[in-house]
Design a protein around this ligand. Structure first.
Ligand SMILES: CC(C)(COP(=O)(O)OP(=O)(O)OC[C@H]1O[C@@H](n2cnc3c(N)ncnc32)[C@H](O)[C@@H]1OP(=O)(O)O)[C@@H](O)C(=O)NCCC(=O)NCCS
Length: 147
């Protein structure tokens, strides 16, 4: 597996915020880990789509997750992602989630790997080796360009 390591130092951009609501809580009255993982997976999918220019991307691998702190109802949390490597068909991201109220890190995930798929549902080369901070790769709608 040949991975183009992304130049470090750009840091994580915190794209998305969530408001912790009653339906997001566990029996302890704190944020349910499953809700958080769902939000991160969705955020990572959107990030991968923008980076790889393809809506057909899937989660392949998520590394160890250490829940360091939690959140309570009414807290605001923010999620950040950054691509740390581009392979032939994959992109690897690092994730961090912070509690905006307590200012604590809720979790970090060192590696989330998404794979770019072709129309046949198999891994397909994406052709990218660096991060875009723009929307230049965002997939176009099938309707675009039609009169
Ligand atoms: C994604 C999928 C098509 C890949 O098929 P595959 O036969 O493993 O394909 P490959 O062996 O060519 O690997 C594809 C890429 O994933 C990477 N990869 C494979 N296994 C990996 C692992 N355990 N950890 C990290 N990366 C991995 C490979 O290195 C390769 O990346 P590269 O081309 O950038 O080097 C297939 O595994 C799949 O459909 N999985 C289910 C995905 C899914 O449904 N996810 C949603 C949650 S259920």
């Amino acid at each position: 597996m040949t991975i183009s390591r992304v130049r470090q130092g750009e840091g994580i951009n915190f794209y998305s915020r969530k408001w912790v609501r009653p339906e997001d809580l566990n029996a302890n009255g704190t944020l349910f880990g499953g809700s958080l993982l769902r939000w991160i997976d969705e955020e990572a999918a959107i990030y991968a789509i923008i980076q790889l220019g393809n809506q057909r991307v899937v989660t392949k691998f998520i590394s160890e997750i250490d829940f360091e702190a939690s959140a309570r109802q009414g807290d605001l949390i923010e999620m950040g992602l950054v691509a740390v490597g581009f392979g032939r068909t994959s992109v690897t991201m690092r994730a961090e989630v912070r509690n905006m109220i307590t200012r604590k890190t809720i979790l970090t995930i060192e590696r989330i790997v998404f794979v770019n798929l072709g129309p046949d549902g198999r891994a397909a080369p994406h052709g990218y080796s660096s991060i875009t901070y723009d929307r230049d790769r965002a997939p176009a709608s099938a309707e675009q360009g039609k009169d």
